[in-house]
Write a protein that binds this ligand. Sequence first.
Ligand code: GAR
Length: 197
Amino acid sequence: MLSLLVLISGGGSNLRSLLEASEDAEYPARVVAIGADRDADGLGLGEEFGIPTFAVNYGSYPDRAAWGDALLEQIRIWQPDLVILSGLMRLLPPRVVAALSPNLINTHPAYLPEFPGAHGVRDALAAGATQTGASIIVVDGGVDAGPIIAQERVAIEAGDSEAALHERIKLVERRLLVQAVLDIANGHVNLKEHSPA
Ligand code: GAR
């Protein structure tokens, strides 16, 4: 059984898909803890699904490195096999990436390497793209630049709002995430082979 620790900043709707998938006894992964960099709404899923939660508030630390060290300390308590950034809207400091790599993956609402960063959906719309997508990557030291382990295209429709497009992308993200975790758990995807250089 693959143990997962999921880090969020927002509502955690993709996390919910993972929690629902892992209610199936046949699914070979379980979320052992949910963490956040703020008082994220998605932490409420912990109570709903009986999973421990923690918040390491970014604003309570003098800098990114100090925040990262505190976050790593919390993560280590749970000894997870895999850490998933599921809407964590902070860059992890290099020390944290190095400590967890390659067992550290991220979901992103664009077809990487297109539209990396915090506003992947907005940037695709602003660029006038006709299609975007969803990606699951192994985290490296860059911004959404690590090796891609799964991705799929999503069409942009005329008149799409950022919210409507993001919601359609998330439908794909959720499926990709649940499948990627399954593939990692059953050995079809070997993260060591996708290790960032
Ligand atoms: C997801 O679309 C995720 O890919 C994105 O935040 C959303 C979280 O939604 N992450 C990024 O943009 C990271 N660059 P959720 O909280 O409803 O799961």
